[in-house]
Design a protein around this ligand. Structure first.
Ligand code: SDX
Length: 394
């Protein structure tokens, strides 16, 4: 409460627009993309098909999917200046490099610049729609390349150019590791990309809206969304969750770790809790089963699945978490298979961005249809009309 009225801390439950891209039932733990449940899409679909669904609002027929997939393949590589920037940031955490690379690529992409110029009249008009969708598709196609190129440079390796005979997921693994990926690893990446593709308006997507609402360019709005996703309370939780499991090291320590998180000011358990889900995150359920399948096949030598399972049991049976309706969220289980695939944990959030970029651009395109600049208020509680005192008298 404030002298001006109620402050909505963290904009909890504040509606910023209508959307038909995704819906979340937080009470029951259900997620839909354009009306399809994610369980069905995870079981039957591919990232390309889900990206088309999210971007264009319907499942594609064979020709639409083939044309879309081929367009993405032609957009995969990067401007040479962007590659230099990624190389110069090879020692930085990948999320810094991605933020900069997306902004840089947008500074060179002629479609992005043409669209930005058209928006300078202060309106997004119907004749810009085709150009805007092309820019959106380029961002979807280029994000995996940015992440993979940084991985190669960070290890002092040569970059591996994208191939056009591989799917989005398989090509990403190929650009990372330079060999045709194992089918289960490709299935894991495909699953990960499908399940992170959109999630209504979390902090990163909201950030994309705010930047896009000033009619700044689409690449800059996505670069800003990457900056928001980096935070440990949002996308960065998947990296911190696995780092936590590795540090804990043994399932018998789960109880004390969970207890510590219940103390006032104690560390938050990464991968636990959600602003909207007051039930088990449906994405986490799918990742739990996939990581179980993965460690069953390849083993759990670092006991990270075992530690995560022990923590989950402690949480589900602990009054602190039960009273606050805190459950595992998407980040609790998603990193385990990745870690065993040899993906360093600092690349978990970057891969989240590889997936979520379609949600970001789809929401920008949806918002531009009925654009209004975001400009909230703050309640001023300081003094007014103070007299200026010269420094000699202070
Ligand atoms: C993602 O929004 C999205 O949709 C995001 C996402 C997406 O797909 O885009 O789903 C992806 O970001 C998932 C969330 C990943 N982040 C984490 O796992 C970090 C740990 N989680 C918490 O920081 C927290 O739960 C948030 C950030 C996810 C939600 O924050 P809220 O809604 O502001 O909740 P809160 O901080 O007000 O917590 C309410 C209470 C507090 O206790 P009290 O002050 O009432 O005593 O629950 C406690 C919190 O201290 N709490 C936790 C906790 N999460 C909340 N206590 C211990 N460990 C936790 N993880």
């Amino acid at each position: 409460q404030s002298p001006c009225g109620p402050i909505i801390h963290g904009l909890e439950d504040v509606l910023i627009k209508s959307t038909s891209i995704s819906d979340i039932d937080g009470e029951k733990g259900i997620l839909w993309y354009r009306g399809y449940r994610i369980e069905d899409l995870a079981r039957h679909s591919t990232y390309e098909e889900v990206a088309y669904l999210i971007l264009y609002g319907k499942l594609p027929n064979k020709k639409e999917l083939e044309d879309f997939t081929n367009r993405l393949k032609t957009y995969r590589d990067l401007n040479s200046a962007t590659i230099e920037i990624i190389k110069n940031l090879s020692k930085a955490h990948p999320m810094f490099a991605i933020e900069s690379a997306v902004a840089a690529e947008g500074a060179f992409d002629e479609d992005n610049l043409k669209l930005a110029e058209a928006l300078k009249v202060g309106r997004y008009k119907a004749e810009e729609k085709e150009l805007a969708y092309r820019v959106a598709e380029k961002l979807i196609a280029k994000m995996p390349t940015i992440v993979a190129y940084h991985y190669r440079f960070s290890r002092g390796l040569d970059i591996i150019r994208p191939r056009r005979d591989l799917s989005h997921a398989a090509n990403f693994l190929y650009m990372m590791f330079g060999k045709d990926p194992d089918p289960l690893a490709t299935k894991g990446i495909e699953l990960y990309l499908i399940l992170h593709a959109d999630h209504e308006v979390p902090a990163s997507t909201f950030t994309a809206h705010v930047v896009a609402s000033t009619l700044s360019d689409m690449y800059s709005a996505v670069a800003a969304a990457v900056a928001a996703l980096k935070g440990p309370l949002h996308g960065g939780a998947n990296e911190m969750a696995v780092r936590g499991y590795l540090e804990i090291g043994d399932p018998s320590k789960a109880k004390e770790v969970v207890e510590a998180a219940t103390k006032p000011g104690g560390p938050k358990l990464m991968g636990v809790g959600h602003r909207v889900y007051k039930a088990y995150d449906p994405r986490a359920k799918i990742f739990k089963e996939f990581s179980r399948e993965y460690v069953t096949k390849f083993g759990d030598p670092k006991k990270i699945f075992a530690v995560a399972s022990a923590i989950e049991q402690e949480i589900l049976n602990h009054p602190y978490f039960q009273q606050r309706r805190l459950f595992p969220n998407v980040d609790f289980w998603s990193g385990i298979a990745f870690y065993y695939m040899g993906i360093p944990y600092e690349y978990f959030t970057p891969i989240f961005a590889v997936s979520r970029v379609v949600g970001w651009v789809a929401h920008i395109l949806e918002y531009w249809e009925n654009n209004r600049i975001f400009r909230p208020r703050a309640c001023y509680v300081g003094p007014h009309d103070l007299q200026y005192i010269p420094i000699e008298q202070r």
